[in-house]
Write a protein that binds this ligand. Structure first.
Ligand code: PLP
Length: 282
């Protein structure tokens, strides 16, 4: 069966789904996107994802008439048409189609496209192995709190890390650790406190990040959101992990040539993974 995708209110075969070459996302990365996990017939944290999408649209002044309930209904239809019970959703909204020019075009309709894919969860063996990440200069622009389709810096950093034998890159800007190329970063300090970067314009407010903070606090763990340096992580981290809608909770066992803690997946990371898996499977 050919895969079905969604383009502006139409369900259409993926290989026949097109937008114009004058789409603003194609020419200017003038669009925002979301990736949402779908597990056993249920969308995980759909509302926070769509709230972040709508915030992004408003920060970019992209006018639209979308309704969250309608989007959710179309997402569920899309998985149903693809006969999928679990998977991941990619949703992108561009400003729309206009003659190329730097000024923001007025009176155009945004393009909404959605595709679905399989989601492979990491098995226990992969989890236990953890990932090695390489620090990288964060050369992205200063509005990464908006989830735009401008991912070239992330793509290049991830490729450079992969070429050097690492699983991912860890962005550092002016000495401050920001996040991974497509995930937020947490570490556990010597006192067992869970630390992650405070929210500002230099980090994406991850939906999984927020959920992990909530689950950790409910578990009685102390969580601090603040800026920290790579040096501090290398000196003080007993454990570290990445979070995202598709990675879930992924342990980091090495940063550059340094082991994190004893180089093994730590207890807090294991607990957080279990709590998160329980949450998405509930
Ligand atoms: N940070 C960046 C730069 C990302 O691209 C992503 C997800 O794609 C995340 C963090 C994690 O966000 P979420 O948990 O909402 O998937």
């Amino acid at each position: 069966m050919s895969q079905i995708s969604f383009v502006n209110n139409q369900f259409i075969n993926r290989d026949q789904a097109f937008v114009s070459i004058e789409d603003r996302a194609f020419q200017f990365a003038d669009g925002v996107y979301e990736v949402i996990l779908f597990k056993n017939g249920k969308l995980i944290d759909a509302r926070p994802h769509l709230n972040r999408l709508f915030n992004g649209l408003s920060k970019l002044s992209i006018n639209h008439n979308f309704l969250q309930d309608e989007i959710v209904e179309n997402i569920l239809q899309l998985f149903k048409k693809n006969e999928m019970e679990s998977g991941s959703l990619y949703l992108q909204v561009s400003r729309g189609v206009a003659k190329r020019g730097l000024l923001t075009p007025r009176g155009i309709e945004p393009n909404l496209v959605m595709t679905v894919d399989d989601h492979k969860e990491f098995n226990d063996e992969e989890f236990t192995r953890g990932v090695k990440i390489m620090s990288a200069d964060d050369i992205r622009w200063h509005m990464v709190d908006v989830k735009t389709t401008a991912l070239l810096a992330s793509s290049m950093a991830k490729q450079k890390a992969a070429d050097a034998g690492y699983d991912d890159a860890l962005f550092v800007r002016d000495g401050v650790v920001t996040e991974g190329t497509f995930a937020n970063f947490f570490f556990v300090d010597q006192d067992g406190v869970l630390v992650t970067k405070k929210l500002d314009n230099l980090v994406l407010p991850g939906i999984t990040r927020a959920r992990i903070i909530d689950l950790a606090k409910k578990q009685g763990l102390q969580v601090i959101e603040r800026d920290f340096s790579l040096d501090e992580v290398l000196k003080n981290a007993k454990e570290a992990f990445l979070t995202s809608s598709t990675l879930l909770v992924r342990p980091v066992v090495q940063i550059d040539e340094n082991l994190v803690g004893d180089g093994k997946v730590g207890e807090v990371t294991k607990v957080m993974r279990k709590l998160y898996l329980d949450f998405i499977n509930s």
